[in-house]
Design a protein around this ligand. Structure first.
Ligand code: MN
Length: 496
């Protein structure tokens, strides 16, 4: 069992004040959770403590770790936000409030419609809290992480529900925040509960191959290390086993042919400078022939989530195919921990300045703004809604391909099924607006009422008093609500 001492040892990167804050938060949580046990049999305090430990592993700031310790007090122990604010300040109280709000997403019924609704609701709440304070979402991810670790204690129905929700929402979200390692961990924890049969099958298939591969990779590692040493390039090389769930997804694409998976164990070369990355790539290609079309320069052109690395796949020793990933230490940390890496850097690079908690938040946000386009757009979301089109494009709503999000001119989000029209939008806003709509301005341009709306569109409905809904609209609309309202208007009209 973890104790406060475990945590205090881990946060020795924080100053005295930060450590005292964490101790105080722990004391508050411990007293109020005392006598309460989780389904896993552990005392409840172990949960917030372990969530805090995960965030300490990411070198998060003191406020975040304190808020993590307090995160279930409001919801489960009825401690008021006022009380938390008085004792810990408004920033921490706000974070606890944010996490509690995310908790309150109701678990819906089993029908897919309700599930989708629930997920959209969960996501929307998360976007809003991310825009306010990204750290809330990091606490939420750590919270989910520990809940998955203790998922065995829950009834099967609940296990599956939480596991599927993780795969659909939390893992993609972690990915979008650039936290590749966290995404992989969440997926691998959820996988056996979400798809138990597929998981067992995969284990049987992959484990023997994986063992063979590991030995082979060790050989390759030595050869490359010698080359790098001779070239006087300081480096680290890690053999990296592919995460089970991402292997599963890839195998599905390749008809379950293990021989087509080149990165079952990939080699990661970590160097200190960018020019070393290219030098390493050159050395690898000098020794082994690259496969055409498999050289990727994500340093020059980063992935949308900020990921940077050089990738290449080569015909290696004995004709085996091996993938190499080459990156700097900084890129590596960002690839593993994404936005959380920012706090890490701020702590290490400018310790003095960051001793003052208030500056830290602002600066951390600033750093993400500079370095992670997506998060930047996220955090300014509510302020600059005119740019929301780009925001949603970057967001890649393939999380739910079947829904689109559009905006009112005031910036309220409206979610509609794919293919929805301005008429659907109008009825979503208000029946009277639907009934008197004659045209639509989409992103400032006039469009017909039957046009198909797209993600991120800003929609304004033009209305006039003498307008009437038309029978034709029934063929165009995509939402039940619009259809129902039009029908009822038509019915009334014929009655008169
Ligand atoms: Mn919790």
């Amino acid at each position: 069992m973890a104790t406060i001492l475990t945590l205090l040892q881990k946060v020795n990167y924080l100053d005295e004040g930060g450590q005292r804050l964490i101790e105080k938060a722990y004391a508050k949580a411990e007293v109020n959770h005392r006598g309460v046990f989780r389904k896993s049999g552990e005392p409840f305090i172990q949960h917030p403590l372990k969530v805090a430990l995960k965030l300490a592993d990411l070198n998060m700031d003191a406020e975040t770790i304190a808020a993590a310790l307090l995160h279930d007090l409001h919801e489960d122990s009825g401690i008021s936000l006022k009380e938390l604010q008085n004792e810990f300040g408004s920033q921490i109280a706000e974070m606890v409030n944010g996490v509690s709000k995310l908790h309150r997403v109701k678990l819906g019924e089993e029908d897919p419609e309700a599930q989708t609704e629930r997920q959209i609701e969960a996501l929307r709440k998360m976007f809003v809290s991310m825009a306010k304070d990204l750290r809330v979402v990091l606490i939420k991810l750590a919270d989910r992480w520990h809940n998955l670790e203790t998922l065995f204690a829950l009834p099967p129905k609940k296990q599956k529900e939480i596991a599927l929700e993780t795969l659909k929402i939390y893992a993609p979200l972690a990915y979008r925040l650039g936290m590749g390692e966290i995404k992989g961990i969440l997926e691998d924890l959820a996988f056996p509960y979400a798809y138990p049969e597929e998981y067992e099958e995969l284990k049987k298939m992959a484990l023997p191959k994986y063992e063979v591969r590991k030995k082979y990779i060790e050989k390759v590692k030595k050869i490359l290390a010698d080359d790098l040493k001779e070239a006087k390039i300081e480096h680290e090389i890690h053999g990296r086993a592919k995460h089970m769930y991402s292997l599963y997804k890839k195998l599905k694409k390749y008809d379950y042919d293990m021989d087509k998976i080149y990165d079952l164990v990939a080699l990661r070369v970590i160097v200190s400078e960018i020019h070393d990355c290219y030098a390493v790539l050159g050395l690898i290609h000098k020794r082994w022939k690259p496969l055409l079309g498999r050289i990727k320069d994500y340093i020059a052109i980063p992935k949308p989530n900020g990921y940077q690395s050089l990738h290449t796949t080569v015909f290696c020793q004995d004709g085996e195919i091996v993938e190499f990933q080459i990156r700097t230490k900084k890129m590596h940390e960002k690839a593993e921990y994404g936005v959380a890496a920012h706090w890490h850097y701020t702590e290490q690079t400018t310790p003095k300045e960051f001793k003052q908690g208030a500056i830290r938040t602002e600066k951390a946000t600033l750093m993400s703004e500079n370095e992670l386009r997506w998060v930047k757009e996220l955090t300014v979301w509510q302020k600059e809604l005119k740019d929301s089109k780009d925001f949603f494009e970057a967001l890649k709503l393939d999380l739910f391909k079947d829904r689109i999000f559009v905006f009112t001119p005031k910036g309220d989000v409206v979610d509609l099924p794919e293919g929805a029209t301005p008429i659907d939008f109008a009825y979503y806003i208000h029946t009277d607006i639907g009934n008197s709509a004659f045209g639509a301005k989409v992103n400032g341009k006039m469009l017909s009422l039957s046009a198909e709306l797209k993600n991120g569109d800003i929609v304004e409905i033009l209305t006039a008093k003498n307008i009437k809904p038309s029978q034709d609209w029934l063929r165009i609309v995509k939402t039940a609500k619009a259809r129902e309202r039009i029908k009822s208007w038509l019915k009334k009209a014929t009655e008169v």
